[in-house]
Design a protein around this ligand. Structure first.
Ligand code: 5GP
Ligand code: MN
Length: 341
């Protein structure tokens, strides 16, 4: 298997871990399968090295990830502020997983910046910020979970992990690769999946738990979202907007709109898809593309966000009623790039 990181990086990691007693692992706001899977796995790996750790996140995670063993121990700042704050303050090392800039942990950023603990990044997003003391950052890879597998098995000196930990990592690799449809066209990816199968993971069970675990109202919200989708064939783009009223009507639960943004890309000729969801003080955006159209650049330039080349996120700060007009103007500016994608 190809080595992604240098001996020097591992030496530095070991040096930090040698003196670590209380480690905090932080994952990004609106955590997904990769964030949850990689963090509980890293926590297990640290435990094997006799290092106590906890996982902190700013807001709650979706129901379809609750089966992940150890996810119930994650400290959610929105539900348990004091515990989250104390854990971060007491940490002697802070791991930052599945995000590339402290801005991505929102409310927790300030608390982290007030500590002096070294920050170790493990992540697969493009262009990490200068917020970290040691970086394990590699973007041409499926997921942070895959990085944690590679780093963790090296630290432990074994390819085999307990089944529940292997399942958490498999969940991250599966969800971040869109169930193996992108970001996974290299043989080491499947070598690692093979190793996880050797650990005893129940692949079909996990697929079922993640993808067949929706409520009836979420499916109806999806139907409604698709029915109001706007397709701009002339720009090879499509978008869906959902207001707070729309969400209320379908009894929205956290995680319900996950995956919606992928559907418009199934339309022949469409290379750019955007999902706009009204929040209290902004409009949350998910952006996906196919082929040679860079949505990381688009999100950074126009939507205070970022992500990957073909999958990014961000926000709009205009009023919900104005968001379509704003968006259309921006899409128009990309006409040539969309045409050539
Ligand atoms: P999603 O659309 O699934 O929320 O996110 C897609 C990708 O973009 C993920 O890799 C996620 O980490 C990244 N992303 C989502 N929202 C933001 C954001 O507000 N800022 C940045 N920098 N990245 C984001
Ligand atoms: Mn990820």
């Amino acid at each position: 298997m190809k080595n992604l990181f240098t001996k020097r990086q591992y030496d530095n990691l070991n040096r930090y871990l040698q003196s670590a007693k209380n480690v905090t692992i932080i994952i990004h706001t609106n955590p997904d399968g990769d964030a949850i899977g990689s963090s509980v796995a890293l926590s297990y790996i640290l435990e094997q090295l006799h290092i106590k750790s906890n996982v902190i996140v700013s807001n709650d995670f979706p129901e379809f990830l609750r089966w992940i063993e150890g996810s119930d121990k994650i400290i959610v700042y929105a539900k348990n502020r004091h515990e989250a704050r104390t854990a971060i303050k007491n940490a002697d090392v802070i791991f930052c997983l599945d995000f590339n800039s402290l801005a991505r942990i929102e409310i927790l950023e300030k608390i982290v910046r007030e500590t002096t603990a070294p920050r170790i990044l493990i992540d697969h997003h493009i262009e990490p910020a200068d917020d970290f003391d040691l970086k394990f950052s590699y973007y041409p890879i499926s997921s942070t979970s895959e990085l944690v597998y590679r780093i963790g098995t090296k630290l432990l000196g074994t390819k085999l992990l307990p089944e529940n930990i292997a399942e958490a990592l498999f969940c991250g690799m599966m969800t971040d690769s869109g169930a193996f449809s992108h970001s996974s066209s290299y043989s080491d990816f499947f070598r690692i999946i093979a190793n996880l199968l050797d650990c005893g993971i129940k692949k079909d069970k996990i697929t079922h738990l993640v993808y067949d675990n929706f409520t009836e109202s979420r499916m109806k919200l999806l139907g409604y979202a698709l029915s109001k989708m706007t397709v701009l064939h002339e720009y090879r783009a499509a978008y869906i907007t959902l207001s707070q009223d729309d969400l209320k009507r379908f009894n929205f639960q956290i995680g319900d709109t996950e995956g919606f943004v992928n559907y418009p890309l199934s339309i022949k000729g469409i290379v750019l898809s955007l999902l706009l969801v009204e929040k209290d003080d902004h409009i949350k955006m998910s952006i996906r593309s196919q082929g040679n159209f860079d949505v990381n650049e688009m999100a950074r330039r126009h939507f205070y966000g970022g992500g990957h080349f073909n999958a990014a996120g961000g926000k709009m700060l205009c009023k919900y009623k104005d968001c379509e007009d704003e968006l259309k103007k921006i899409i128009k500016d990309y006409e040539e790039k969309l045409f050539n994608a």
